[in-house]
Design a binder for this molecule. Structure first.
Ligand code: SF4
Length: 316
């Protein structure tokens, strides 16, 4: 069993050396979009999985073989929920001695536990899952273990955010078939309270255990982007295939695709962008016709977004 993997590229984390501190699919959630498949082993009690010393020595020997410039973070991102590991704090303390920033990507479900919050304080970056703040959508999207309590989790997140001094980011996975009418503004209100430094909106980009868990309508994604942007300085779409693409390449179409994967482009910005490249609106019409991008109306402006759903429908 490899406890370390990578480094792998990540847009949130740069080059990330992964720590797999939980065996496959031991989780407190059974998210309908989980790329690892259905949760085989629901757990909410923390316990020991691997030896912290073993994780540390594997990390150290791996790092000795890699140029340090090729690692931006050592990241706990296992095939289950990393905070279920009772030794998390000890592992983090050992790994800190390697002088590489530490990150963790958690589903947030155990953040109401004092010990979990204490362990998370050892990390330079904590990514929290905030897919829903209403009971109904939380249950529908995350399929939580019945022993979990959403109000308690939210209190835990607020408590963590009030004390945590590192880089706190949130990730919100949005899927089709969910009623986001009130949810988007409620999530935005919650983000305002915990004020993360960045907020990512993701969509399923790989086959999901539940066939209906497809990306939502682009209008919904845009609405979430605009609402979250009111309260968080940096909001981005997150699709794992876009690493390193968000730069000007001199190729207009490629640039539009990479930018719209991350941000919607508002119509007035698009006009300026077209002018800069000496292009006219026909190019955009063509991209819409070819289903590469879509155009949605929001607050008196048109926004252009990448056609996420077209890309994902090919996977099912
Ligand atoms: S929390 Fe993560 S590992 Fe657990 S079911 Fe959801 S996506 Fe999968």
């Amino acid at each position: 069993m490899d406890l370390l993997f990578g480094p792998v590229p990540s847009r949130r984390l740069g080059k990330s050396l992964g720590v797999n501190n939980i065996p496959n699919k031991i989780c407190s959630y059974g998210c309908v979009y989980c790329q690892l498949g259905r949760t085989s082993n629901f757990q909410v009690e923390r316990r020991k999985y691997y030896s912290p010393e073993e994780i540390f020595s594997e990390a150290r020997s791996k790092i000795e073989k890699i140029d340090r410039n090729d690692i931006d973070y050592i990241t706990f991102v296992p095939d289950g929920e990393p905070t279920l590991d009772i030794n998390l704090g000890r592992e983090a303390k050992l790994l800190k001695s390697l002088n590489i920033p530490l990150a963790i990507i958690t589903n947030s479900s155990l953040v109401d536990d004092d010990g979990v919050r204490e362990d998370l304080m050892n990390f330079d970056l904590v990514s929290l899952k905030v897919d829903a703040v209403s009971e109904e959508n939380w249950k529908k999207i995350n399929n939580p273990d019945p022993r979990l309590n959403l109000d308690s989790i939210k209190r835990g997140i607020v408590e963590l955010s009030s004390k945590y001094k590192g880089r706190l980011i949130t990730e919100t996975m949005m899927i089709n078939g969910i009623n986001y009418d009130k949810e988007i503004s409620q999530i935005a209100e919650f983000l305002k309270i915990i004020h993360p430094s960045e907020s990512y909106i993701s969509i399923p980009i790989r086959p999901t255990p539940e066939i209906w868990a497809l990306p939502p309508d682009e209008g919904i994604l845009n609405k979430a982007y605009q609402a979250f942007s009111e309260v968080v300085n940096k909001v981005e779409f997150l699709t794992s295939s876009e690493v390193g693409e968000f730069y000007s390449t001199g190729d207009f179409e490629k640039d539009v695709l990479s930018i719209t994967s991350v941000h919607p482009i508002r119509d007035d910005f698009m006009d300026r962008f077209l002018k800069r490249y000496g292009k006219d609106y026909d190019t955009i019409e063509m991209m819409i016709e070819e289903k590469k991008i879509v155009k949605v109306l929001f607050n008196d402006h048109y926004f252009f977004l990448r056609n996420f759903r077209e890309r994902v429908s090919l996977l099912h």
